[in-house]
Ligand binder design. Structure first.
Ligand SMILES: [Zn+2]
Length: 606
């Protein structure tokens, strides 16, 4: 073989590598019955077998899901259109054992659950979350992707909302590779579009769009979009700038109608929101918009190393969801309050919820925010049929992380004349803007840098992030003229449990440390007598309790399976907190408190 031929072959091999490309054509021949037929063509496949698969996870949803269950009628063709062998070798995996570089894999997708994780194909609209809809080929993560939605048989008024890169063909889009493609949910339907612009201090201008699927008059949608715009401005003020979006802007893809499932899912340059109500344009719909938009900084770009790259074969376990989700939950509410879209009373109910999660749930009393983040692989819409002991060993990283955000915000304001906005901006500059994935240690380092106090940062992370110590919110909230009170002080209590309807059968786990738990009662036990009195309903139990005080020891009789048991139960006091303003509590609000509160909850938009 001469050197020349060698070179020729090398170039040929290279050109084969460069020709690696994936194209999908999506058709809807049986839309009434929620099916799509998807044609996937891959070119440039190296010799040998080709492995295709459906995902088992979806960006932003942290538990495992089996998307292969809704795929069938899989067939494979070669480059000339001849049928070739394809074998299903695992639940989600199909293998083409022999091929010559080009394979077309065709399959039917059934989809009838439109939300942030799954897809919905319906004659009234099409809702696609990519990992639940698109098969992919292993080893081709970097291959460019194009997708054509064949809309010829669909309603001519329908439009397409997606963060995929547009092409000259209005129904065809592209993505630079698998990771981005999977992050691009797509809605096709009768969408009402609104648009606004936001400029960054460097002069760059970004286009924001609301693509709303709702049965609503245009004026109502316009006024709603104006409030979503307020959210985008208020969020920009936290960081001083919006991210440099990949294709010039950001799209809120939202379906607000009774035919979707409730969800909100963040993506790099868009969010997919589904709220199963008739659209009334109310501010109560805005919480999910505020939360998801904050994610375009926090988690999409200020991104934990544990989520990078996203693994579509199994869910990524993350130590940092208390920050990625919890801090986002805190800011979602704060931004609404700052934008004047949520009254302070509503904000205080939310904050009391955060504090109660941190101080009064067993998950947070026994495990750290980092621990509960790692449990997300099971709980984030994860499906299980067996009973778990979550009430005693797990607290959601959303409110738990939000409680850490509140504690840190108040501490920074009180101790350093800094704010959580300063910390988030520090994270943005160190990790988000340059898109360097972070670790928990990195979060601690930035706190040390922002406060110039390494000891404080180490102490805070050791006690409240990697540990689960109680946090004393009371003196810090008082700085803002807010008072934290025991909501049920002096009232006798058995513990927070649910009873099956119209019975005294305990239908939820009893909780460690509560009177029922200490007396030995657990789920499915039925309370029959309390303090010698027959009880048949929850109301009867409350009646008996109303004549007692916390600390009283009384008799309890209950049925465990077929056995009647008796015990002595020492009544407790519900530890739940409520949060009120000094004004509501009849206390004097000083000018200093007013200023503290306004700096915290007032608008930051200049
Ligand atoms: Zn979120």
């Amino acid at each position: 073989m001469t050197r020349k031929i060698c070179l020729f072959l090398a170039v040929l091999c290279m050109s084969r590598t460069y020709a690696q490309q994936i194209h999908y054509t999506v058709t809807f021949p049986n839309i009434q019955h929620h099916e799509a037929r998807i044609f996937m063509t891959v070119t440039g496949i190296p010799a040998g077998k080709a492995t295709f698969r459906m995902s088992r996870s979806s960006p932003g949803r942290y538990a495992t899901h089996e998307f292969g269950k809704n795929v069938y009628d899989v067939e494979a063709l070669d480059g000339e259109g001849n049928a070739i062998t394809v074998n299903r070798i695992d639940g989600d995996v199909w293998e083409v054992p022999k091929q010559k570089g080009t394979v077309q894999l065709n399959y039917t997708l059934y989809a009838a659950y439109p939300d942030g994780t799954y897809s919905g194909i319906d004659q009234s609209s099409i809702h696609l979350n990519m990992p639940s809809a698109f098969m992919w080929i292993k080893g081709f993560d970097k291959a460019p992707i194009t997708v054509l939605f064949n809309t010829t048989a669909l309603d001519k008024r329908w439009t397409i909302a997606t963060q995929l890169k547009p092409t000259v063909n209005p129904t065809e889009f592209s993505a630079p590779g698998l990771q981005y493609f999977m992050d691009c949910p797509t809605k096709i339907g009768l969408l009402n579009w609104k648009e606004w612009h936001i400029k960054n201090p460097n002069g760059n201008n970004y286009t924001f769009k609301l693509a709303l699927e709702a049965d609503a008059p245009d004026t109502l949608v316009s006024s709603f979009a104006a409030r979503v715009k307020r959210i985008t401005q208020e969020a920009q003020a936290v960081f001083g700038e919006v991210p440099a979006y990949d294709y010039g802007g950001y799209t809120f893809i939202a379906s607000i109608n009774p035919y979707v499932e409730g969800d909100g899912m963040e993506h790099r340059n868009s969010t997919m929101i589904s709220i199963p109500y008739e659209f009334n344009g109310g501010n109560n719909l805005l919480g999910v918009f505020s939360h998801e938009f904050f994610h375009c900084w926090n988690v999409e770009r200020i991104r934990p190393k544990t989520l990078e790259p996203f693994n579509f074969e199994k869910s990524n376990m993350s130590n940092e969801l208390w920050c990625a989700e919890g801090f986002t939950q805190y800011y979602g509410e704060l931004i609404l309050c700052r934008a004047g879209l949520k009254p302070i009373e509503g904000a205080l109910v939310s904050m009391a919820g955060l504090i109660n999660t941190k101080e009064n749930t067993m998950g947070a009393k026994r495990f750290s925010p980092a621990d509960v983040s790692r449990h997300a692989v099971f709980v984030d819409a994860g499906v299980a049929v067996d009973r778990t002991n979550y009430p005693n060993m797990y607290s959601s990283y959303y409110p738990y992380g939000g409680a850490i955000a509140l504690a840190l915000d108040l501490t920074l304001r009180t101790k350093y004349k800094l704010t959580l906005d300063d910390y988030m901006t520090g994270l943005w500059k160190r990790f988000g803007k340059p898109e360097i994935a972070y670790t928990v240690q990195g979060l601690e380092d930035v706190l040390a840098e922002v406060t110039s106090d390494k000891t404080f940062a180490a102490d805070f992370f050791s006690r409240y992030v990697n540990g689960h110590e109680s946090f004393n919110y009371t003196p810090l909230l008082e700085k803002a003229g807010l008072t934290l009170k025991k909501q049920y002080a002096g009232k006798a209590w058995l513990g927070n449990v649910q009873y099956a309807e119209n019975t005294t059968i305990i239908s939820s786990n009893t909780i460690i440390g509560t009177p029922l738990y200490n007396a030995g009662l657990d789920v499915e036990d039925a309370i029959t007598q309390l303090d010698g009195k027959l009880v048949a309903r929850a109301a009867d139990i409350n009646e008996v309790l109303s004549s007692h005080k916390p600390g009283d020891a009384i008799s309890i009789q209950y049925k465990h399976r077929k056995e009647t048991k008796t015990a002595t139960i020492t009544l407790g006091e519900n530890p739940a907190y409520s949060l009120t303003t000094y004004e509501q509590a009849g206390l004097t609000l000083t000018n200093e408190m007013k200023e503290f509160r306004n700096n915290w909850l007032g608008t930051k938009v200049k």
